[in-house]
Design a protein around this ligand. Structure first.
Ligand code: S3P
Length: 422
């Protein structure tokens, strides 16, 4: 019997971004326990500080002393959001509502990611944007009088939905967002925790009458299932392992990897389930798993595991047959073109893949022999961590174009991987 190892992985990135932003426009102070301090979330923190928010940041917690809506000030310089798409898209809605002028920029990757998806609805709500040809950052944003909107999203995107909801806090008009499949719902859950009236439908969200945020409470940021995913797959693929990952966010809009585990015959159990601030949290135990089966990912499952596709692709290598991943065209618009990054690297390892415009097939084999290879991470944190996990679980000989990108979401990743690998 394997000795059980326990780990509390990095805190949730989506929730950290949102607690910082919402606290900055709430009335009263909010204590945020266990925030994620990573490349991306520190960009959000610095951004709201540069807009005058009162923030005390300590090693295990953050206190944001909000002064209510319309309290943020114009920063005296451009705000650089580095690699963080969530910061850029959500802050655009917030800045627009605050009615201030801000220029947002990012690194090479972020300035190549599509922003038209937020510029279009936010412009309809009365926010002015200047941007590079095609809808790319830098974005110059000037807020105005916010109007209501009934927005039917063409893609399931929590970032688009959240940008609209944040801007919508600044009007009394009707604000309704619907989407083709339900994307992560942390913004609407957290707005409720701050006392805002929100009607949450199956694939839609509507703001109600009260749109003022009240602070004076504490929020515990749970562990990130997107970060836990690496160690869940690591345990499943390693020999004689049992790992319990504590306090993991298990919100149904984020836990699609567990559906894949059911299809693939990965052995896991959920322990100590509970609800905190409208979010489901629990401990996840995963043990070494054998007889892995291929799986299919498409349709409404996609937004529930969108950030886990790189590590799920590592699992697919060892499943007995062809795993099919479809309806993931938007992966081409992430920190790298993830369809390309995954297919390119799997091919170098000697794994057969067939690439499609909106996905790929992976020809798995439990007895596969992995070729030594140089992994090109495309400077994408999730590609780097996925292949580092493969290396640790299967003792294959890989080298990496870089691993610095993992600081984006998980600064302690290597320490945690080493701890679980020994
Ligand atoms: C996020 C939403 C998702 C996800 C991203 C984080 C969020 O992006 O891929 O890593 O925190 O709202 P989309 O909304 O573009 O799908």
């Amino acid at each position: 019997m394997a000795k059980v190892k326990y780990l509390r992985v990095a805190s949730d990135k989506s929730i950290t971004h949102r607690t910082i932003m919402l606290s900055s426009i709430a009335k009263g102070s909010v204590k945020i326990n266990y925030p994620l301090y990573s490349g991306d979330t520190v960009k959000t923190l610095k951004a709201i500080e540069s807009m005058g928010a009162d923030v005390e940041s300590q090693s295990g917690f953050l206190i944001v002393d909000g002064k209510g809506k319309k309290s943020l000030k114009e920063p005296n310089d451009v705000i650089d959001l580095g690699n963080s798409g969530t910061s850029m898209r959500l802050l655009s809605g917030l800045i627009g509502g605050e009615g201030i002028f801000v220029v947002l920029t990012g690194d090479n990757s972020l300035n190549r990611r599509p922003m038209m998806r937020i510029i279009e609805p936010l412009s309809r709500m009365g926010i002015s944007f200047l941007y590079r040809f095609g809808g790319y950052a830098p974005l110059a944003i000037k807020g105005g009088d916010i109007k209501g909107i009934s927005y039917e999203g063409k893609i399931a995107s929590a970032q688009v939905k959240s940008a609209i909801l944040l801007a919508g806090l600044y009007t009394t008009d009707d604000v309704l967002v619907s989407e083709p499949a339900k994307s992560r719902d942390h913004t609407e859950n957290m707005l409720r925790a701050f006392g805002v009236d929100v009607e949450i439908g199956d694939k839609s969200v509507k703001l109600g009458n009260n749109r003022d945020l009240i602070g004076d409470f504490e929020i515990n940021v749970p562990a990130d299932i997107s970060s836990a995913a690496y160690f869940m797959v690591h345990a499943a693929l390693s020999k004689d392992k049992s790992v319990i990952l504590r306090d993991v966010l298990l919100n149904a809009t984020r836990s699609g990897i567990l559906d894949v585990f059911d299809m693939a015959n990965v052995k896991y159990e959920i322990l100590n389930e509970r609800i905190e601030n409208y979010e489901r949290i629990g401990d996840v135990e995963v043990v070494s798993s054998y007889g892995l089966r291929p799986f299919e990912i498409n349709g409404s499952l996609v937004p529930r595991l969108i950030d886990e596709i790189p590590i799920i692709s590592i699992l697919a290598i060892f499943c007995d047959g062809i795993s099919k991943i479809r309806d993931v065209y938007d992966l081409r618009k992430k920190e790298s073109d993830r369809i390309k990054s995954i297919c390119y690297n799997l091919t170098r390892l000697g794994v057969k893949v067939v690439e499609y415009e909106d996905g790929f097939d992976i020809y798995g084999n439990p007895n596969i022999k992995i070729n030594p290879a140089l992994i090109d991470t495309h400077k994408d944190h999730r590609i780097a961590m996925s292949f580092l996990t493969l290396q640790a679980a299967k003792d294959v000989n890989l080298s990496f174009s870089e691993t610095h990108s993992i600081l984006t979401s998980y600064p302690n990743f290597m320490d945690h991987l080493n701890y679980l690998s020994t």
